[in-house]
Design a protein around this ligand. Structure first.
Ligand code: NDP
Length: 234
């Protein structure tokens, strides 16, 4: 099966691994990017998820090349970590605007095509901290928790048209986002993870690819942890 798959922020990190997993499964994959170059073998479309016009233009480009998006992975995300009293309005707004509103924008635009097709998969990349909470990440955790309410509402709204909406909640993953953490902090986090290590981007990608596959046709409104056991029960 060669479906039209779109991954936001697919130029690096977890998004890139997700895009590569769908390419390996034989799908036609497009990725959005702002910096650098898109990976080879994929359609790269420039897009900033905080800009509605840019999202519209990106979807038009993907649809012209691959047809309506059948699998959307809302992966683009940022952090602006600091303790609450130091967190500025801008730190809050930037993270919410990118992680939550950006995901809403792309999901809404993708749903338009999926409703016509009467099938589709919406997959949101959240985080273990969305439900667990995290000191210094009031903005980020709120944005990631928001994705759960959004996905579950979409699952209810769109389910009758065979459109599923699910959330993947990774724990710590080896990417540029976590590379900036001080070594002592990394060791402290690892001590709390039952599997005792960070995830690889491929381990997250495999679960996302499965959610987009026929095997997961009856899974919707789920929050699937890929966190080495860190968030158990949350
Ligand atoms: P990276 O920092 O490595 O990559 C972030 C990606 O998001 C980049 O492709 C970036 O594009 C894109 N992006 C950021 N802002 C925008 C925007 N306004 N418009 C379009 N694209 C944007 O992060 P990761 O790969 O680590 O994270 C990917 C997702 O996984 C994020 O949502 C993150 O919150 C989540 N996550 C990560 C974890 C981790 O431990 N790494 C753990 C749990 C969740 P560009 O290159 O142009 O900046």
């Amino acid at each position: 099966m060669s479906r039209s798959v779109l991954v936001t922020g697919g130029n690096r990190g977890i998004g890139r691994a997700i895009a590569e997993a769908f390419v390996s499964a034989g799908d036609q994959v497009a990725v959005t990017y702002r910096s650098g170059e898109p990976p080879e073998g994929m359609l790269g479309v420039r897009c900033d998820v905080t800009d509605a016009d840019s999202v519209e233009a990106a979807f038009a480009e993907v649809e012209a090349a691959h047809g309506p998006v059948e699998v959307l992975v809302a992966n683009a995300g940022v952090t602006r970590d600091t303790l609450v009293l130091r967190m500025s309005e801008d730190d809050w707004a930037t993270v919410l605007e990118t992680n939550l509103t950006g995901s809403f924008r792309v999901a809404k635009r993708a749903a338009k095509g999926m409703l016509r097709l009467r099938r589709g998969r919406l997959i949101f990349i959240s985080s273990v901290v969305g439900l667990l909470g995290s000191a210094g990440q009031v903005n980020y955790a709120a944005s990631k928790a928001g994705l759960v309410g959004m996905a579950r509402s979409l699952a209810r709204e769109l389910g009758s048209r065979s459109i599923t909406a699910n959330v993947v909640a990774p724990g710590f993953v080896e990417t540029e986002m976590t590379a900036v953490l001080p070594e002592e902090k990394k060791a402290e986090y690892k001590a709390q993870i039952p599997l005792g290590r960070y995830a690889t981007t491929e381990e997250v990608a495999a679960v996302v690819q499965w959610l987009g596959s026929d095997a997961a046709a009856y899974v919707t409104g789920a929050v699937i942890p890929v966190d080495g056991g860190l968030g158990m029960g949350h």
